[in-house]
Structure formats: C-alpha cells, structure tokens
Design a protein around this ligand. Structure first.
Ligand code: PLP
Length: 404
C-alpha cells in the first residue's frame, strides 16, 4: 500500500551523505523535504513561463496567471474552502497571522479579551501581544497539563462576552499535540468570538476541512508540506476578510489610485499587494497534488507506526524523558536525557548524519512550563523509515554514553 522505496526515490536529497553517513532527516517539523515533482514544477516555471501575473496581455503572463490561479484552486479544494476569494496567498503562517492581527487593531477596544493556548509558536504569541499594546485588549492563556493537552474546562471558564478572539495551533510543533479545535471553535462561537487556527504543523499530517470546522481563519506554510519556503496561505471567511482593512499597500491590491483617494481591489487581491511568489504558489499547488496522490489516510497510518516504534525504542534508553505525551499527537518526539544539554546530543547526532532540532522550538513558554531549557526534537515524515529510527536510537545511546 505504502511503497516506501518508491516514495524515497522521489526525494533527491535523501540520497546525500552528511559527515560521511547517509542523511537521516528528522527535522521535518521545521521544514519538510521536496519531492522531484515539486522541484520540476519550479524548474518548469523558470524555464518556460516566468512572467508577472494579472497584468500582461502577452502569452507568458497569461500562462503564469493561469497556473497561479490554478494553484489557488488546488488549495481551495484541498481545504474544502467555500469560495475562491477566501484563499489569500501569503509568504507563510507568520505573514498570515500578522495580517489578521493587524486587521483587528481597528476592531478591538480596551477591555476586550484575546485567548491564546499555552502551547503556541512565538509567531502566534508576539503578534497578539503587539495587538494588545495597540488596542488595550488583554491576552489570556488557556493552560495545559503535563501531557501537553489543553485544559478544556479552564478554556470554557475563560470564555465570556468580552472574548473577541481565540488563537490556537491545530498541532503543536514542539510537542506534537493535536488540539481539539472543533470543540474550541464551537465554544468560541458560542460567545461570539472569532477563531484563528495556526495550521502550519498540521498541514503535513491532517487534511483540514474549513467548511466542516467552521473556523474563521486558518494558516498554512507550504514548506511544512513538501512545498517551497516563503509561500503559504491564509484562509478567512469572506465576511471577516471584508471587515479587515488591507495589510500592505502597493500594486495588485488596488482598484483605482488617484492622489486624493485609492479604492481597493476586491478579494483576494485586496490582501495581495505587490508581485507575489508566483513560482512558489504554483509549487505549493504541486506539493498538495503530491501529498494527495499518496493519500492522507495512508500517510497518517504510516507515521503512526513510526511514532509508536520510535517512542518504544527511545523510552528503553535509561533516563530518557519524552515531553508531549498527549493521547492525540503527530509523529513528533521531544525528549531530554537527565540533565544533558539538548544541544550536545544534537551535535553528536549531526556527526552521525542525523538531523534533529534542539532548543526551544520557537515555543519558550512551553519550555518554561516544564522548567527545561529546551529539548531534542525528532520529527518523522512519511518518507522516513524504521531503519532510520534505529540509527537515531543508536546515536542517542552513543551520545548518552559520551556525555553522562
Ligand atoms: C512552522 C510554524 C510556524 C511558522 O511558520 P513560518 O513558515 O515560519 O511562518 C508557526 N506555527 C507553527 C505551529 C509552526 O509549526
């Protein structure tokens, strides 16, 4: 069903060596690798129809526009988005969140409340803090337990008629927790609050359905889902996108400009000032095609096997502790061994050709919660194998023996 040898052959980078050893790439939560189908789409763009979009009468410009808009439709289908004008191309999740946070500056007032979950990425904390400074609104935190699960009763208790916005990631990049966003959205709507879900970390694992979730905003970065860096999407319900003011001014986002007054272009172009990452958008579409051809059910099943295998093997190492033990989680393992510094383990693994992430994973509040400086994070993708996990376990054992 899942032909792993064939899948790995699609990823040229998996053939390379690092420090004389075959690359074992376990930093998928930071960025995913790129299959040849996506690389080909990028080469095709620059080789055959590189041109600016939506403006030229010439053939290349038409072709580029058609392919770019076709990519927008692929995103729409993938996330089951009701209307095409609800799909905004951005440079990624960080850009998407800042666009919304900026827009809400004019909609909030002193005394309003914004809720964020305790397990957010910095890109989903800092823009809201800046928003609170501008508006006098207050930021409140939905707490979590030691397994890395949100305390839902505390969340329900925090909600009230002053709550205007709720922000939560679909999947935590540091812990792998899959959050109960359907419940979170429904409860927020019960008090009239809007919800933004950061879907960056969910994208490679879960095919989210915007209409079923009834979410107000959802963000994705292409580079977490086998696409290129510097491109992503913001989904927003049309009514909200009409309410929010434009984020940046420039070409492409205007209807008419005079020195006295400018009128803005209609959605989605109102939020797409300047020449976009045209090639990146097209490649994002190609990446979704690639993932859908594999099938998200098959991907989830295989990654679950990898997660269970790695969890069992790693826990057999004396003194190893895993952070993030939620019942529902993706294939991410954050761990430490006693008080050995994560960076030292990461450095030894790198010498063995094994790429993991060490540090706070842009989620310092989570590290403060566990009272640790950081973790070693191994995150698995559908192109990884059990043999690679064996290499990781052997490497971690070796690091432990050298460092303790
Ligand atoms: C990667 C990630 C981000 C940031 O994405 P960018 O592409 O750097 O904008 C935000 N939130 C989560 C949960 C992530 O995993």
């Amino acid at each position: 069903m899942f032909n792993i040898a064939k899948i790995r052959a699609d990823f040229p980078i998996l053939k390379r060596k690092v420090n004389g050893r075959p690359l074992v790439y376990f930093d998928n939560a930071a960025t995913s690798q790129t299959p040849i189908q996506v690389i080909d789409a990028i080469v095709d763009y620059y080789s055959n129809y590189n041109a600016n979009i939506h403006r030229g009468v010439h053939a290349l410009s038409q072709e580029a526009t058609d392919k770019y808009e076709a990519a927008r439709q692929k995103i729409q289908r993938h996330y089951n988005i009701g209307k095409i004008q609800e799909v905004i191309f951005t440079s990624g999740t960080t850009h998407s969140i800042n666009l919304v946070a900026n827009g809400f500056s004019s909609l909030l007032e002193k005394g309003d409340e914004i809720l964020v979950s305790a397990m957010e990425h910095h890109s989903n904390i800092v823009p809201w803090q800046m928003l609170c400074e501008r508006t006098g609104a207050t930021l409140k935190v939905i707490p979590m337990n030691l397994d890395g699960e949100l305390l839902m009763q505390d969340y329900y208790d925090l909600l009230n008629d002053r709550t205007k916005l709720v922000f939560c990631n679909h999947v935590s990049n540091a812990l792998g927790t899959i959050n109960p966003i359907a419940e979170i959205i429904e409860a927020a709507h019960g008090v009239g609050a809007a919800v933004l879900v950061d879907g960056a970390q969910a994208a490679p694992h879960i095919k989210a359905d915007m209409q079923q979730l009834d979410v107000d905003f959802y963000t994705v970065s292409a580079h977490k889902v086998c696409g290129p860096t510097g491109v992503g999407m913001l989904y927003g319900k049309e009514a909200w996108l009409r309410k929010l003011p434009p984020y940046q001014g420039g070409g492409e986002m205007i209807a008419e400009v005079t020195f006295e007054k400018t009128t803005y272009a209609d959605l989605p172009h109102k939020f797409e000032a300047g020449t976009p990452n045209i090639c990146g958008g097209i490649a994002f579409g190609a990446a979704l095609d690639y993932m859908n051809a594999l099938g998200f059910n098959a991907i989830t099943k295989y990654e679950k096997e990898l997660l269970e295998y790695a969890t069992e093997k790693l826990l057999a190492i004396g003194g190893l502790k895993i952070y993030g033990t939620a019942e529902h989680k993706t294939s991410v393992i954050s761990f430490n061994i006693k008080d050995i510094h994560p960076y030292d383990i990461g450095t030894i693994l790198d010498k063995l050709g094994i790429a993991v992430r060490t540090g706070h994973h842009c989620a310092q509040p989570i590290m403060d919660f566990y009272k640790i400086p950081g973790t070693v994070r191994a995150s698995f993708s559908f192109y990884n194998t059990k043999e690679e996990i064996d290499a990781l376990v052997e490497g971690v054992e070796r690091a432990k023996n050298m460092l303790q």
